[in-house]
Design a protein around this ligand. Structure first.
Ligand code: 13P
Ligand code: ZN
Length: 273
């Protein structure tokens, strides 16, 4: 019988947390990640059958009752997940009434899921309504996008167009643009509610001003790919500013429309002139 630690889910989590740390996006305990897993996908793993501890979720998660989430622990470091896997990751089943998390694997030294777990769940639930293949939620502290949230107007159309114009291939990756919520205290359910409203509105990446980025996706690669594309655009923007800020040439709105047509994607309505 296979052990859960050897599953692709755990491998993906170790891989992405390590890469995100190496990119400089997860100082100390910054960032968190979750992967939704069905009961059927766990049937061959013997070591995830028993509930070891439970905790209150603090909101009604009955929309995902009976489903499982592999989640990074609160206060733990992305830098360490690949080595301290059974301590810094946990597998949580959502109880049948949707009120409790049931820990069935991991968090071996008494850890608990990320403080953003209610936010992750709210956004898994919101995205599942638009995309039944939704699997992954990731939050991290990307340097250049955070910096832009101090210097640029917090306007979704402005930010989305800026990201599209920084590199020719932002548009096919993120045609719906970037959602932005107001600044909120980390770990609160109000962040979760504001973010879920953006996810419901079709955004897959949401900026948390002065804090970081939040993204959803069908696979770890897709979710991470969204984050790195937005952060790459923000890095190019930062380099342009460092070179004096003058743009002698740039991708026009018309050229963005041509890129969208070529890649068969539809840019968010109202964002292009
Ligand atoms: P956790 O350690 O609870 O995951 O918090 C990190 C974080 O980035 C909160 O936004
Ligand atoms: Zn954070």
């Amino acid at each position: 019988m296979t052990e859960f630690i050897n599953s692709q889910f755990v491998k993906d989590m170790c891989d992405i947390t390590r890469q995100s740390y190496d990119n400089g996006w997860d100082e100390r305990n910054g960032g968190n990640m979750s992967i939704r897993i069905t009961a059927d996908e766990l049937k061959d793993y013997n070591d995830v059958k028993e509930v070891r501890r439970t905790f209150d979720l603090g909101f009604d998660a009955s929309a995902v009752a009976g489903q499982y989430f592999l989640v990074t622990a609160t206060g733990r470091y992305f830098r360490n997940v690949f080595q301290r896997t059974k301590k810094d990751l946990g597998l949580v089943r959502i109880s049948d009434d949707g009120k409790k998390g049931e820990i069935v694997w991991g968090y071996e030294d008494g850890a608990l899921p990320t403080s953003e777990f209610p936010t992750h769940l709210m956004n898994h639930i919101a995205r599942l309504k638009l995309d039944p293949n939704q699997r992954v939620v990731m939050h991290c502290h990307v340097t250049n996008l955070i910096a832009m949230s101090f210097t640029q107007p917090l306007d979704e159309k402005y930010f989305s167009k800026t990201i599209w114009k920084m590199q020719a291939e932002s548009m096919p990756v993120l045609p719906e643009g970037l959602g932005i919520i107001p600044y909120e205290t980390p770990g609160t359910t109000i962040i979760g509610k504001h973010t879920a409203a953006k996810i419901t509105n079709g955004f897959r990446v949401v900026m948390w001003p002065h804090h970081g980025m939040f993204a959803v996706g069908d696979t770890p690669d897709e979710c991470f790919g969204l984050i790195e594309t937005v952060e790459k655009a923000a890095t190019i923007f930062t380099a342009i500013q460092a070179q004096g800020g003058n743009r002698l040439d740039e991708i026009t709105d018309k050229q963005l429309v041509e890129i969208a047509k070529y890649f068969h994607v539809t840019p968010r309505k109202g964002f292009l002139d």
